[in-house]
Design a protein around this ligand. Structure first.
Ligand code: SF4
Length: 226
């Protein structure tokens, strides 16, 4: 099991505004982003917890990793040929919860949320680069509990059980409804694949601001999904 917590965070107001399609908007947004970035950078401490794990077994609709059984027909199909997988939990960090937002300051709250999201994305990219450099797994895809009904969020504690004391290790805990706290955290399993798999391709939710790929009816057919 590895923890990566030396993750360089780079943020700039112009990049943030471009990301949010706010280019050309009022200069007061740039002032707000500059202010927020100035507050966030000194405290930001994103963290990655991951491990290299091997499959123990498969049934028709489950896979077992290090003795822990995951129930998901799609995960099972994705791991048809895999032996080695990379379970992970990534967080933008509890430290960001200390940045104050006055009640009712909707704009600051919105922009701070975007900044936290950016930090989380940087941590996820850091993990991917680290795995490629250290383990050379080739093309990878990932699945996250809760992104599809097939692998519901109720499987989150099962994934956490692979790591032990996640809160003690990186400050992330699960709420009663199995949502991660801090909310700007992501968990899942990276796996080697020859398929350009993305859960979004099997997901019909619309609209979704986080969509990373269009719904793909051929892929849905391939996975016998939907
Ligand atoms: S479209 Fe949205 S809800 Fe569906 S899997 Fe992608 S990110 Fe998740």
């Amino acid at each position: 099991m590895d923890i990566l917590d030396d993750i360089a965070v780079t943020l700039d107001a112009d990049g943030m505004m471009e990301r949010l399609h706010m280019g050309g908007k009022s200069p007061s947004f740039k002032v707000l982003f500059d202010e927020l970035i100035g507050e966030v950078l000194p405290v930001a401490k994103p963290k990655v917890l991951f491990k290299v794990s091997y499959l123990d077994g498969r049934t028709e609709d489950s896979v077992t990793v290090e003795g822990v059984e995951f129930h998901s027909r799609i995960l099972r199909k994705n791991l048809e040929k895999a032996e080695r997988v990379f379970p992970y939990i990534v967080t933008a960090g509890r430290e960001l919860e200390t940045i104050p937002v006055e009640k009712g300051d909707v704009m600051r709250e919105y922009c701070l949320d975007a900044v936290k999201e950016c930090i989380l994305e940087e941590a996820l990219l850091h993990l991917e680069a680290h795995m490629q450099a250290r383990f050379q797994p080739g093309t990878m895809a990932h699945m996250n509990p809760g992104s599809l009904k097939d692998w519901p969020v109720s499987q989150q504690p099962v994934l956490f059980s692979l790591f032990g004391d996640v809160e003690g290790l990186i400050g992330v805990k699960l709420t009663e409804s199995n949502v991660m706290d801090p909310i700007k955290s992501v968990s899942g399993i990276h796996f080697p694949t020859e398929v350009d798999f993305k859960s979004c391709k099997l997901c019909t939710r619309h609209p979704c601001v986080k969509r990373r790929a269009a719904y793909d009816p051929d892929m849905a057919l391939h996975y016998k999904w939907g």
